[in-house]
Design a protein around this ligand. Structure first.
Ligand code: FAD
Length: 468
């Protein structure tokens, strides 16, 4: 059958992985098509993930800073929140970026097609548009970048609008009086921070014994203390066993260590993880293996078991982060274009944009202990940072993890305001095989929070002389 569209490269999904791959492929001379089921490019990250959540977190941060200004004698009136304006601000931020992407696609002559793609053979896809019309596309290379979606925990009344996933919560329909957040991971806690800032009474339940289970416990502690001080109720080792929609709210029954029993909430956000979309593409028609939980196995060049079909981003596995997806997208496009490259992920920073922020990269102390690695740790408390004291935010600290024998940096973690902005230096140090002395000898500007990275190295090296 005659194809409606022919191309050298097709990318399925226009999230950070997909658009980066498509742009790179086009830059390398491949005639490229990108298929996206929604009407804007940008995927989860730009439309309903990283970007809108950070726009709302900014508002929460300003509200909180104003509340704390009385510490230095400045008092503001109680904030008045115009939720429609806040929503419009968030949408403007998102729109600016997604429009920018559309322009960049056009500039590169990447053809963008709206619809849902499914494989019909190793070189063909069917694209089904919103109107039900189909187009057959024939390709030489394909990059699958169909991402992930929120896990809809069974047992919740999902047909009730008061039960939300992260996408619903970002819609900002209202500021509920009482909000339950199920899941104390990064996404759950970021949304808890937003809604608390806007005035909700927030309760968080987490099954694990600590919040953000992937991070070292010491990094999480300052966040847990601040949440407590702000009146956020956190219940660890606790689960919701039943949730019922009633006229006046969602009634939840809990089970766990600090059993809160039965409580009623105005809204419930379920943020218990994301599942990969690999199982929804009829990948078997192309001969592509799909593994457990919709994840697609790939090699160190992002190739699936079918050599001309690549897979990247959330649907190839953890960590499900935008900067991992973009890196993989670039690699897959370059390999498809004939470049001889490969990549093994060692250094992917993770950041919780909570208040305080938590950021970590490389080997965590917990992992090092589990693996029996011989490590040294340099830890610098922000209580000794002039900048942190001036900001009134001394609860943070910076730690570096070194290989005991070589003194090379193998990991690091930072908790404190703007930790996410500071972690890249540690990532660079690991990538470059830096030793403790390289960081300690690097002159960091004073007084900055970034200085704490240099100080942590000096603490480990025993060369620290002046704490302020
Ligand atoms: P996605 O962004 O999921 O994009 C996949 C795209 O494919 C989607 O647009 C989808 O519509 C489309 N698609 C799927 N199937 C088909 C099909 N068959 N045909 C056509 N199109 C299809 N990460 C960070 O690094 N930093 C953050 O601060 C951060 N914050 C987040 C906050 C929230 C609330 C959420 C939910 C996620 C956040 N993430 C963050 C994670 C980040 O959004 C993802 O890791 C990232 O979007 C993954 O990119 P991707 O390209 O793999 O796929």
């Amino acid at each position: 059958k005659q194809a409606d569209i022919e191309c050298q490269m097709v990318v399925i999904g226009a999230g950070p992985g997909g658009y980066t791959a498509a742009f790179r492929a086009a830059d390398l001379g491949l005639d490229t098509v990108i298929i996206e089921r929604y009407d804007t490019l940008g995927g989860v990250c730009l439309n309903v993930g990283c970007i809108p959540s950070k726009a709302l977190l900014h508002a929460a941060e300003v509200i909180d800073a104003a509340a704390h200004a009385s510490d230095f004698g400045v008092t503001f009136a109680k904030p008045k929140i115009d939720i429609d304006k806040l929503r419009a601000y968030k949408e403007k931020v998102v729109g600016q970026l997604t429009k920018g992407l559309a322009g960049m696609a056009k500039q590169r002559k990447v053809r963008s097609v709206q619809g849902v793609a499914t494989f019909v053979s190793p070189n063909e896809l069917i694209i089904t548009g919103g109107d039900g019309k189909t187009q057959l596309l024939r390709f030489q290379h394909c990059i699958i970048a169909a991402g992930s979606q929120a896990v809809k925990l069974p047992g919740f009344p999902w047909d009730d609008a008061r039960v939300m996933d992260s996408t619903d919560a970002l819609e900002l329909a209202e500021v509920p009086k009482k909000l339950l957040v199920v899941g104390g991971g990064i996404i759950g806690l970021e949304m808890a921070t937003v809604y608390r800032g806007l005035g909700s009474e927030v309760t968080v339940v987490e099954l694990a014994p600590q919040l953000i289970p992937g991070a070292d416990a010491d990094l999480v502690k300052p966040l847990a203390s601040r949440l407590k001080a702000q009146g956020v109720n956190v219940h660890l080792k606790t689960k919701v066993v039943e949730a019922k929609a009633q006229k006046n709210g969602i009634v939840c029954i809990f089970e766990g260590d600090s059993i809160p029993g039965t409580k009623q909430f105005d809204r419930v956000l379920v943020a218990v993880g994301r599942s990969a979309n690999g199982g929804k593409l009829a990948a078997d028609k192309a001969g592509v293996n799909v593994g457990e939980r919709g994840l697609i196995p790939v090699d160190d060049q992002m190739r699936t078991n079918v050599p001309h079909i690549f897979a990247i981003g959330d649907l190839v596995g953890q960590p499900m982060l935008a900067h991992k997806a973009t890196h993989e997208g670039k690699l897959a496009a370059e390999v498809a274009a004939g470049e001889k490259k490969s990549w093994v992920a060692r250094v992917i920073p993770s950041v919780a944009y909570t208040d305080p922020e938590i950021a970590w990269v490389g080997v965590t102390e917990t992992e090092a202990k589990e693996k029996g690695l011989k490590i040294g740790v340099g830890k610098f408390p922000w209580a000794a940072s002039g900048r942190a004291i001036g900001l009134g935010r001394t609860e943070g600290f910076t730690k570096l993890v070194f290989d005991e024998a070589t003194h090379r940096v193998i990991g690091g973690g930072i908790v404190g305001v703007h930790a996410g902005e500071l972690i890249s230096e540690v990532a660079l140090a690991i990538e470059m095989g830096a030793e403790v002395a390289d960081i300690g000898h690097t002159i960091h500007p004073h007084p900055t929070l970034g200085e704490s990275v240099g100080m942590a190295a000096e603490v480990f090296d025993g060369t620290i002389t002046d704490l302020y």
